[in-house]
Design a protein around this ligand. Structure first.
Ligand SMILES: Nc1ncnc2c1ncn2[C@@H]1O[C@H](COP(=O)(O)OP(=O)(O)OP(=O)(O)O)[C@@H](O)[C@H]1O
Length: 897
């Protein structure tokens, strides 16, 4: 290891070093391709069609449509809107016949004039028939001719096209008319009688003519201004649409469309390697749709992504490109959120974990004609298992196509795994990205990041936003604070700097802030973890600052502990990160490490998750799919035998496997829940175990909360003022339950969340998770079992009895997560109690607070997470008040104590 290398590792460990104000980078690897022009417009400017809120809005909308119709053919959505307007117009025309033009208000007349004009305009443009704007199913017969009967029938069916207030007005007018008629004595009120008319023939001459004076329609000033504004918006929108469609044609993958489709037709499995931004994720699935792989809605195409944020963002982009509504033809599916329609979605972006779960209900994935495993280089656990399962089913599903894609992967390894399947290379990238390395290693990379960002901010022109890759929430918050301080001190000397963070635990609406276009003369800095590393396009990003580190989970089978360690990224990851700078224009990437380090220190590929993670849920899933020979199950990389046996041991302890290693009935039930087997066991116990049943709903609330605790509190948990209002509790689990229960009692109020400094959106997600778990429990019959147990419990349920039952349920689900009080700290217990590990209660835990308040600590505590950060911390803790509960719930583990 040379000096370069040593310093890099030292500053990672110590974080100390001399700060330099100006970074010196050396330029390297500039891509030489000619940049193309970028016509893309900002996302937020796209649609001018809004739902009708009031009449003014309705009028504006019609004017807007009229303008659009003058300029071009209307889109599918605009036509749908137009259909509604046409129906409204027909209806209004009937009113005119009935009540007379003079009885309409000025507003109604304007409305009708505008509607007539709009319909005439589209009819004029597109031919006489209204069928051009999707009225076939309403007015037109099988030959395409106007079906008068159907039209009439439709017009008679007025519901839905008239607002209530109009209904009131019409009623009023009708009553007046009836009253008027009643007062009149003449019987034949409709016949006009002229004196002597029966003696003369009516002759039309000049004298009979009616005189009119012409008044030119003068639009009020406000309207014309509005029209100009709308025209401008229209131009922008048109440019954006043209640009989106043109972008598709200039992507490198477009040049290979035909060859790609031929290769896919010829081979069942194909590996596709193309530069970042070449169009793999967004374009390939669209080519497949265009080439008939969905056969008019009969089959689906699935595209997997390792990250939720990428799956949702890419689905939105593709829906836009295909001009369809997100959630209909194009949708996404991520855990606890499904935005697809069973009978309509043909292209589904999803996390790899979600496709894995689909194997449970459809082991041959019969509804799919094509599966694309994107960003395969990331080698997530779910991707690796998917590849193994797909390899297994391909011989039985000859019609199923499998595409494996990435920018930077060991393609030959993947090809070998799939019987030497062909590799398709898509050369070229759309925009060049210049890579800059530091000349020498930086002693403190966080200081270097801040200096680099301000170097760019003060020297480079706008527009040009910056994306910084950091390792986690703490680092992001810390850097954001420092940057805000420096920007404040710079004041007028620099342009305003907008700092937006993105990390997995940030609530969704706040994550989406990174996509908001930057106002002119400002610069945006996105501070991101590696969740922004692949597949994402954040428009406006021109500079990437990359220190080259990532936080990685590492499971230690001997202790059952997950360590969260900061480690250098792989070359594949830093190349992906650089790619984020060249998505919509040429960019620059500043790497806070040396070129030497890139070529000599960084691993080529990330370490596969399968060799560094807890395998319990995957093992259970494979067993439930009938894959019993786990050791021989084909995988790109095999997990270690110790980690396999640790997970088998864990599943046996939970009762998911019997002594022969076969999956039990309980194991199958646990598989059905969309959560880890340990949580599923908690819920099963809560509904069925005679010592503690009847608390299923409370346990579901807690389990749902435990999935979202990281983004629950505004600010730090232990300083949260809301907790005092909620009251005193001695465990994190009961605190979470009380929070959820109080929020439910407030009728899920947003204000309540604000008062208690809790994230409303997070609680909404908890509610969603809770509903799904409850549905699942219902489907499995557990809810009914719980209900009968609960009836017996009524009145006997005191607060402490409830806590006891809940604690017992969690002991049954997490028997390996128990620690016993020692002299200075807690010590983990379990089978290998003698070789336990000293662990410390994290300061964010309620149990830590109780200890500080001088309360006597419990002898045993259950924890949800064991993390090695600055020391071995246990988080989300539940004190076990009675030692006997351990033996009661898990005798096989605690009997001898
Ligand atoms: N939301 C968006 N806004 C603007 N342009 C976009 C958007 N999404 C994609 N693009 C354009 O489409 C191009 C192709 O994106 P796509 O995600 O298909 O590439 P890719 O080859 O899959 O890249 P990666 O390997 O980085 O995921 C981008 O470089 C960008 O120019």
């Amino acid at each position: 290891m040379d000096a370069d290398n040593t310093a890099r590792n030292e500053h990672l460990q110590t974080g100390k070093g001399k700060r330099r104000t100006k970074r010196v980078f050396e330029s390297h690897d500039a891509y030489t391709e000619k940049p193309l022009e970028n016509n893309d417009k900002q996302e937020s400017e796209k649609s001018m069609i809004h739902p009708v809120a009031d009449n003014t809005e309705n009028m504006n909308e019609m004017k807007n449509l009229r303008l659009l119709a003058r300029q071009r053919y209307l889109s599918h959505r605009e036509r749908e809107k137009l259909v509604v307007l046409v129906k409204e117009l027909e209806y209004l025309e009937q009113d005119i016949d009935k009540y007379g033009w003079e009885n309409l208000t000025q507003g109604e007349r304007d409305d009708i004039i505008l509607k007539r004009e709009l319909v005439a305009l589209v009819e004029h443009r597109e031919g006489a028939g209204v069928q051009k704007f999707n009225l076939q199913e309403d007015y037109v017969d099988d030959q395409g001719k106007l079906d008068v009967k159907r039209k009439k029938a439709l017009l008679n069916d007025r519901s839905g096209y008239r607002q209530h207030e109009d209904e009131g007005k019409r009623k009023h007018m009708w009553e007046e008319k009836q009253l008027h008629k009643a007062v009149k004595k003449d019987e034949d009120v409709d016949e006009i009688k002229l004196p002597g008319a029966d003696r003369y023939e009516f002759v039309f001459d000049d004298n009979a003519m009616v005189d009119y004076e012409e008044q030119k329609e003068v639009l009020p000033e406000k309207d014309s201004e509005q029209e100009i504004h709308l025209l401008k918006q229209l131009e922008i929108e048109q440019e954006r649409i043209t640009s989106v469609q043109e972008t598709r044609k200039v992507l490198p993958v477009y040049g290979y469309r035909k060859e790609l489709l031929e290769a896919i037709k010829e081979h069942q499995t194909l590996i596709i390697v193309g530069e970042t931004g070449s169009g793999k994720t967004t374009q390939l699935p669209q080519y497949l749709v265009e080439d008939g792989y969905t056969q008019g809605g009969k089959f689906r195409i699935a595209v997997t992504q390792p990250r939720r944020v990428a799956a949702t963002a890419v689905a939105a982009r593709v829906a836009d490109e295909m001009d369809v509504v997100l959630g209909k033809e194009v949708g996404y599916s991520i855990r606890f959120e499904d935005k697809t329609m069973a009978d309509r979605t043909i292209l589904k972006y999803m996390t790899d974990g979600m496709l894995l779960r689909e194997f449970l209900v459809d082991p041959e994935l019969q509804k799919y004609s094509c599966i694309m495993i994107d960003e395969a280089h990331e080698r997530t656990l779910a991707t690796d298992i998917l590849l193994g399962l797909l390899k297994d089913i391909l011989p039985h599903r000859k019609d199923l196509k499998l595409l494996i894609s990435s920018a930077t992967m060991n393609a030959t390894k993947f090809s070998r795994f799939f019987n030497n399947c062909p590799i398709f290379n898509v050369p070229g990238r759309r925009f060049p990205v210049d890579i800059h390395y530091t000349v020498q290693p930086e002693a403190n990379y966080l200081h270097a990041v801040i200096s680099t960002v301000f170097q760019i901010h003060t020297k480079e022109p706008v527009p040009g936003d910056i994306l910084v890759f950091l390792t986690g929430q703490d680092e992001i918050e810390n850097i954001a604070e420092k940057m805000e301080m420096i920007a404040g001190k710079l004041g007028e000397k620099a342009m305003p700097l907008i700092i937006t963070p993105i990390y997995a635990n940030l609530p969704q609406d706040q994550q989406n802030r990174i996509f908001i276009p930057t106002p002119p003369s400002c610069r945006k800095v996105v501070l991101a973890t590696n969740i922004a590393e692949t597949s994402l396009t954040v428009e406006g990003i021109k500079y990437v600052v990359d220190p080259g580190y990532v936080k990685e989970n590492s499971f230690v089978p001997s202790t059952g502990m997950t360590q969260l360690l900061t480690v250098p990224c792989s070359r594949a990851s830093v190349d992906q990160r650089a790619g984020r700078a060249g998505r919509v224009g040429p960019g620059k990437c500043y790497r806070i490490f040396t070129k030497w380090s890139y070529y000599n220190e960084l691993e080529l590929m990330p370490r596969p998750e399968i060799v560094r993670t807890n395998l319990s849920s995957v093992v259970l899933l494979l067993l439930s799919l009938g894959i019993t020979n786990l050791v021989n199950f084909q995988l790109l990389d095999k997990p270690s035998v110790s980690s396999l046996s640790k997970s088998l041991e864990n599943l046996y302890l939970l009762g998911a496997l019997n002594s022969k290693g076969t999956i039990t009935k309980l194991g199958r039930i646990m598989c059905e829940f969309p959560c880890e087997p340990e949580f599923a066991k908690v819920l099963h116990t809560a509904a069925t175990h005679e010592m503690c049943h009847g608390v299923l709903e409370e346990c579901i609330d807690i389990v749902a909360m435990l999935h979202e605790t990281k983004s629950l509190f505004m600010g730090s948990k232990n300083q949260n003022p809301g907790l005092r209002i909620i009251g005193q509790t001695d465990s994190d689990h009961m605190l979470y339950w009380e929070i959820y229960d109080e929020w439910r009692n407030s009728n899920y109020s947003k204000m309540w969340c604000q008062d208690h400094k809790l994230q409303y959106k997070t609680l909404c997600r908890v509610r969603n998770i809770r509903d799904q778990l409850l549905q699942c429990a219902d489907k499995l019959g557990l809810a009914a079992l719980n209900e009968s147990a609960r009836r017996e419990l009524v009145d006997k349920q005191s607060g402490s009895a409830l806590t006891a039952r809940i604690t017992k349920c969690f002991i049954s689900g997490f028997p390996m997560n128990i620690a016993q009080l020692g002299i200075n700290s807690y010590r983990t217990v379990g089978k290998k109690s003698t070789s336990g590990l000293d662990v410390y209660i994290h300061p964010s835990s309620v149990v830590f607070q109780s200890k500080r308040d001088g309360k006597k600590p419990c002898k045993f505590v259950l924890y949800q997470q064991l993390m090695l950060t600055s020391k071995e911390f246990i988080r989300d803790c539940l004190p076990i008040i009675k030692e006997s509960w351990l033996e009661e719930m898990v005798p096989q583990l605690f009997r001898s104590r």
